[in-house]
Design a protein around this ligand. Structure first.
Ligand code: HEM
Ligand code: HEM
Length: 182
């Protein structure tokens, strides 16, 4: 079994679950809102603005998490993991850390460059749109935002399956990574 000292520090655990909730909710909302016809008032009245402001919040939470991670470091892998498991989980974690920052940046780039954008709200504030209006750039940002968001979802699925495998299939070896994050 893992010792308590193998757990991630409390700030990292809190930030991890905040981000997990935010990101999964943003993917669900993004998927749902884009599937709706434009005639549904809720689509542009609150779904797009809420997606944007919580998306910016996810970016900020991600930046804080990277800072905390850099300061506190990550506990060493439990001894019962095979080499391929530690390599794969490290690659997936780095890819998620990167995509969790790049996806909201692409979203901001999309909203900021779109000539008919309603702006980027942030809980009562209106964030500046720093990019020049350019619908060609918008199309590229939109493509990148969508493709990378669903790539992130695939990685999250792999990540969760890995955690479940270690908890339920690897009983008896020192491999329960989930306990480190709870
Ligand atoms: C981690 C943060 C974010 C995630 C995971 C995320 C995820 C998604 C997903 C899955 C979609 C649906 C794509 C589709 O099926 O067409 C979407 C759409 C969208 N997102 Fe995000 N998003 C994030 C942050 C942001 C931010 C920060 C903004 C803007 C400031 C933004 C603006 C948009 C817009 C405008 C759409 C609709 C695109 C369209 O109408 O085709 N997103 N997002
Ligand atoms: C509900 C779904 C999730 C579960 C069950 C889960 C579970 C876990 C577990 C058990 C660990 C510890 C792994 C270890 O000790 O090696 C971990 C670490 C990690 N998770 Fe998740 N996770 C989830 C969602 C996410 C999401 C959405 C992200 C996207 C940003 C994410 C990013 C990370 C990262 C980057 C680490 C490594 C620790 C760090 O560097 O902060 N997880 N996760």
């Amino acid at each position: 079994m893992n010792q308590r000292s193998d757990r991630y520090p409390l700030p990292m655990r809190l930030l991890h679950w905040m981000r997990a909730t935010l990101i999964l909710a943003l993917i669900a909302l993004g998927w749902a809102m884009t599937a709706l016809p434009d005639s549904i008032a809720a689509k542009f009245e609150w779904m797009y603005p809420v997606h944007k402001e919580f998306g910016v919040l996810a970016f900020m939470t991600g930046a804080i998490a990277l800072f905390v991670r850099h300061r506190s470091g990550v506990p060493p892998h439990p001894g019962g993991l095979a080499r391929w498991e530690t390599t794969l989980s490290t690659i997936v974690q780095y890819a998620m850390l990167a995509l969790a920052m790049v996806v909201p940046l692409m979203g901001y780039g999309m909203s900021s460059s779109f000539s008919q954008s309603d702006g980027v709200p942030f809980f009562g504030l209106e964030l500046p749109e720093l990019l020049p209006k350019n619908d060609h750039a918008f199309a590229i940002f939109a493509w990148a935002h969508k493709t990378l968001a669903y790539t992130l979802l695939v990685l999250i699925a792999l990540h969760v399956l890995g955690a479940l495998k270690h908890r339920f299939l690897d009983r008896g070896r020192d491999a329960d990574v989930l306990a480190r994050m709870l």
